[in-house]
Design a binder for this molecule. Structure first.
Ligand SMILES: Nc1ncnc2c1ncn2[C@@H]1O[C@H](COP(=O)(O)OP(=O)(O)O)[C@@H](O)[C@H]1O
Ligand SMILES: [Mg+2]
Length: 335
């Protein structure tokens, strides 16, 4: 009996020792992987810091106020970034313990400088991420896409990368690229510098702009200068001339200026080819008028309406019809 107990005890002890050895190996492997992750992360952060010093964000010099505003914005952005960085680090540790080394570096590539939302993590390949470091988010993410500020490790410049969710069809992404490229050839949209999306890369990369029309109007207190007004009219007319109907009324966010104050259309996601001569982008001018303290485009729009015999400012037409009806009713009551 003693012999049997001794034998079983022996087996148990040797099993425990081998388990301990296995556990030690696992811990050692994890330490090695963690070290690699830390090294890679430090390198990225060093690159990023260097880049922030050498590549300050470009902002349109519309007024001193806007500069000051954007300075404080970027300060608070930096603060929140460093906050989220430490959050990320602790998140990385917990998540790391559950995954292999390969997965660790894959996730790290995505989140070291900006935590890319989960729904976009399969929309950018590692090859692209090697060449472009994600710095931050630009604007407000839409239903299917997000625009990121990226830094090219090749030419050391910043670009805007528009990334789409998995559900967005490649056909639609290619169509958006097609219209933007056409507009860019005529100087009406930011040039696209990377335009070959596929299943692994649901994105395109373009020149980075400085401000949306909306923020220009905010800093200029709801007004446009004469030069800006003229430029916007030319921009809209020229888009008509190349037969592109922009077709997105959210023009405050879909028109941007570059660092030299030049206006461009962005977001050709709803764009169509103009087939009839009566189709025009002039309606966008009436939308901009509504964003202004005092409308400036109404004369151009009504001239165009007279010329083509087609209503562009639909809201004005409804307003006028209402006024006519009220006048008629008053007349009837007076009788
Ligand atoms: N080239 C760019 N440079 C800088 N910011 C951009 C650029 N393109 C888009 N953005 C920012 O991203 C926001 C959303 O871009 P947009 O193309 O309109 O996406 P969506 O299709 O989701 O509306 C814009 O309002 C703007 O703030
Ligand atoms: Mg948009």
């Amino acid at each position: 009996m003693d012999l049997v107990i001794g034998f079983l005890g022996g087996i148990l002890i040797s099993h425990t020792i081998s388990c301990q050895k296995g556990g030690a190996k696992l811990i050692e492997a994890r330490h090695r992987a963690q070290k690699k992750v830390n090294e890679r992360r430090d390198k990225r952060l060093r690159e990023l810091k260097k880049m922030r010093i050498t590549q300050p964000e470009v902002h349109t010099e519309i007024s001193g106020e806007s500069e000051r505003e954007s300075e404080s914005e970027s300060e608070s952005e930096r603060e929140s970034e460093s906050e989220s960085e430490s959050e990320r680090e602790s998140e990385q540790e917990t998540w790391y313990s559950a995954r292999s080394e390969e997965e660790v570096s894959e996730k790290e590539d995505h989140c070291i400088s900006y935590q890319l939302p989960r729904e976009y993590q399969h929309s950018i390949s590692r090859d692209i991420l090697k060449e472009y470091i994600i710095i931050s988010k630009l604007g407000t993410p839409g239903k299917d896409g997000i625009v990121l500020c990226v830094y090219s490790t090749k030419d050391k410049r910043q670009y805007a990368m528009k990334v789409f969710k998995k559900g967005k069809s490649l056909k639609n992404i290619k169509q958006e690229i097609f219209f933007q490229k056409k507009a860019a050839r005529h100087g009406l949209a930011p040039p696209i510098i990377w335009d070959t999306p596929d299943e692994k890369n649901r994105l395109f990369i373009m020149e980075k702009m400085s401000d949306t029309l909306e923020s220009v109007l905010r800093t200029q207190r709801g007004t446009l200068t004469k030069a800006q007004t003229k430029q916007i009219i030319v921009l809209v007319r020229r888009l008509d001339d190349i037969h592109i109907l922009h077709n997105d009324e959210n023009i405050g966010k879909n028109m941007m200026v570059n660092s030299s104050g030049h206006f461009y259309f962005i977001d050709f996601g709803f764009s169509k080819k103009i087939k009839k001569n009566t189709q025009t982008n002039m309606g966008l001018l009436t939308v901009i008028d509504r964003l202004l303290k005092k409308p400036v485009f109404h004369n151009v729009v009504s001239k165009e309406e007279k010329k083509t015999g087609k209503t562009i400012d639909v809201r004005k037409k409804v307003r006028d019809a209402m006024k006519d009806r009220i006048k008629q009713r008053i007349k009837e009551l007076k009788r």
